[in-house]
Design a binder for this molecule. Structure first.
Ligand code: NAD
Ligand code: ZN
Ligand code: ZN
Length: 373
């Protein structure tokens, strides 16, 4: 039933934000969007947040497959679907995800689809007007009026939520919230410390609160971030700007009976912050790495400390989320007033303002700038 609405149209042209070459400022280009093939959907994008990963793409930090169609934290309306698509249909309000699980890889077969090693993206390529194939950021590419994705990348949620708020679940907020709730398995009464309170870390604070953590310690080197983290649920804050390693560890211990936190989340992803997380954790506690390190970063530590301190050292990919399970539930909690997702939207901007938003992000002026269409 849910077939392509218009017949005879092979592609359409929309405006999108493209990184044409390494390091160059992004530009608005005409993008050719093919009609959806089997298992694909075209989505009319309503809002798309600006994430650090978009900037990493532009700087060539992810790979060299330029040109990139940036944007991946988005919500919108399904415009058309290809053959065999039954889960979504035109008119559905959806959040886009970068974990369309395959159901048949070894992770999926072991009943752990949130690790899926073979996630789906659209098979057809979006292109520039001259036919040059685009690499969509995280297989999405949503700084565009419309985008082509695998239908499994569209997760239906309650349309009562605002698009600029709902879209944030598509990446950073889900990554941080899931790092606490899913990966860190934070539970009622736990003590939690979060290092780095940008969009991801602040979402981890919110997740820890949702899970019933008794003590939530936010750490950052920027006081403005700590103020927001406190408003959103941190019970204590530590400005670590002028603290060395031992100072950070001692400050967390002081707030946790001298022992360290049950769960420490590193939402920065640098050797020094991970080390702080490791030692600011109670014996047999959990470290969750959700910030993404760069290839040249290394770590040297006494192996005995890994043994002697016990516990678990985990990494969190996309908050170990399962979009079909987590997105609708989190939107429902938001609509009930129990999850302040709206507080992550620092500003809404136009498509032409992405480059300016990168600068604001770089200076720590925003949690999220969100492009609205
Ligand atoms: N694992 C995933 O699936 C996933 C998904 C999305 C983003 N990320 C990553 O999460 C990280 C955070 O993303 P974001 O959007 O919140 O970035 P952001 O730049 O908005 O926030 C980073 C925060 O860390 C603070 N900070 C920097 N150095 C610090 C230090 N030494 N000690 C304490 N705080 C420090 C900054 O002041 C800032 O508030 C990035 O590395 C991003 O790539 C991971
Ligand atoms: Zn799989
Ligand atoms: Zn992202």
């Amino acid at each position: 039933m849910a077939r392509l609405a218009s017949v005879g149209r092979m592609s359409q042209t929309v405006r999108g934000v493209v990184a044409l070459s390494k390091g160059a400022p992004v530009t608005i280009e005409q993008i050719m969007i093919p009609d959806p093939g089997p298992g694909e959907a075209v989505v009319q994008v309503q809002a798309c947040g600006v994430c650090h990963t978009d900037l990493h793409y532009r700087e060539g930090g992810i790979n060299d497959e330029f040109p990139f169609l940036l944007g991946h934290e988005a919500a919108g309306i399904v415009e058309s679907v290809g053959e065999g698509v039954t889960d979504v249909q035109p008119g559905d309000f959806v959040v886009l995800n970068w974990r369309a699980v395959c159901g048949s890889c070894r992770a999926c077969l072991r009943g752990r689809p949130w690790y899926c090693f073979n996630t789906h993206n659209a098979k057809q390529k979006m292109t520039l007007a001259d036919g040059t194939e685009l690499s969509p950021a995280l297989g999405i590419g949503a700084f565009a009026e419309k985008t082509l994705v695998a239908a499994g990348q569209c997760t239906k949620v309650d349309p009562a939520a605002k698009a600029e708020v709902a879209g944030l679940l598509g990446c950073g907020v889900m990554a941080g919230l899931g790092a606490a709730v899913n990966t860190g398995n934070v539970g009622r009464g736990d003590s939690v410390a979060v290092i780095g309170c940008g969009g991801v870390g602040t979402a981890a604070v919110v997740g820890a609160r949702l899970a019933g953590a008794a003590r939530i310690i936010a750490l950052d080197i920027d006081q403005r971030k700590l103020d927001v983290a406190q408003e959103l649920g941190a019970t204590h804050t530590i400005n670590s700007k002028d603290l060395d390693h031992d100072g950070v560890v001692a400050a967390v211990q002081e707030l946790t009976g001298g022992f360290g936190a049950d769960v420490v989340i590193d939402a920065v992803g640098r050797p020094e912050t991970w080390k702080q997380a490791f030692y600011a954790r109670d014996l047999a506690g959990t470290v969750v790495l959700v910030g993404v390190p760069t290839p040249e970063m290394t770590l040297e530590m006494p192996l005995l400390d890994f043994f002697g301190r016990g516990g678990s050292l985990k990494s969190s990919w996309y908050g170990d989320c399962l979009p079909s399970r987590d997105f609708p539930m989190l939107i429902d909690l938001h609509l009930q007033g129990r999850l302040p997702l709206d507080r992550f939207v620092s500003e809404t901007i136009a498509l032409g303002e992405v480059e300016a938003a990168f600068a604001k992000m770089h200076h720590g002026d925003v949690l999220r700038s969100v492009v609205v269409f």
